[in-house]
Design a binder for this molecule. Structure first.
Ligand code: AKG
Ligand code: FE2
Length: 197
């Protein structure tokens, strides 16, 4: 995408309709959980389900809680090297992933608020490869220091890659869409640099 301070690529139809359906069905059986977060002493349920897989010992911290990765399962072990080589071709350097944070949006009410994936464990200029299955949903970008905004429709069977300075300069979000009745599964493959436990 030709946006300033960013390195964003969108590939629709990376998978055919029947491949996407097949993946959606397989991915429905990941260990989806609705996390409860403590925000200002109130217990708040995240407005979506999440799952977290990764190499042995990989974890991430979020809102003061620590999440340890579940061991890889077959569908993810297959997607991971294939996605890493796809990203390596796109970016022209070797890309690896050691974790996958998944999001399950049950319908258009489920959403994700504005954030940047800029935690220290993601390192400088992280590469985040995001696969989309099921309902098409709007995905928004908002520049951190100017008024620029962009909208991308993330369709069934598509890939979004965010790299370079994207997380440093932009927030992104997945807003509610009341008219969407179907579920959506999103997989974000990442590389986490963990300090020793
Ligand atoms: O569901 C999406 O496409 C957004 C996922 C996301 O931004 C994240 O997991 O950090
Ligand atoms: Fe994100």
């Amino acid at each position: 995408m030709p946006w300033q301070d960013s390195d964003v690529y969108y590939f629709p139809n990376l998978f055919s309709l029947s491949e996407s359906r097949h993946y959606f069905r397989l991915l429905e059986s990941l260990n989806w959980q609705q996390e409860t977060l403590n925000l200002y002493n109130r217990e708040v349920k995240t407005p979506r389900l999440q799952s977290f897989y990764g190499d042995n010992g990989v974890y991430y911290t979020y809102s003061g809680q620590r999440f340890d990765a579940t061991e890889w399962v077959q569908v993810l072990s297959c997607l991971k090297p294939w996605l890493a080589s796809t990203c390596s071709q796109v970016l022209g350097r070797t890309i690896q992933f050691n974790a996958m944070l998944g999001n399950y949006y049950r319908d258009g009410n489920d959403n994700m608020g504005w954030h940047a994936d800029d935690e220290p464990e993601l390192g400088q200029e992280p590469v985040i490869a995001s696969l989309n299955f099921g309902a098409a949903r709007d995905f928004k970008f908002k520049h951190k220091f100017s008024s620029q905004q962009h909208n991308l429709l993330l369709e069934n069977g598509s890939l979004l890659i965010m790299a370079g300075k994207t997380q440093q300069f932009w927030y992104h979000s997945l807003p509610k869409r009341m008219r969407v009745a179907e579920p959506r599964i999103n997989l974000t493959f990442r590389y986490l640099i963990n300090s020793p436990k």
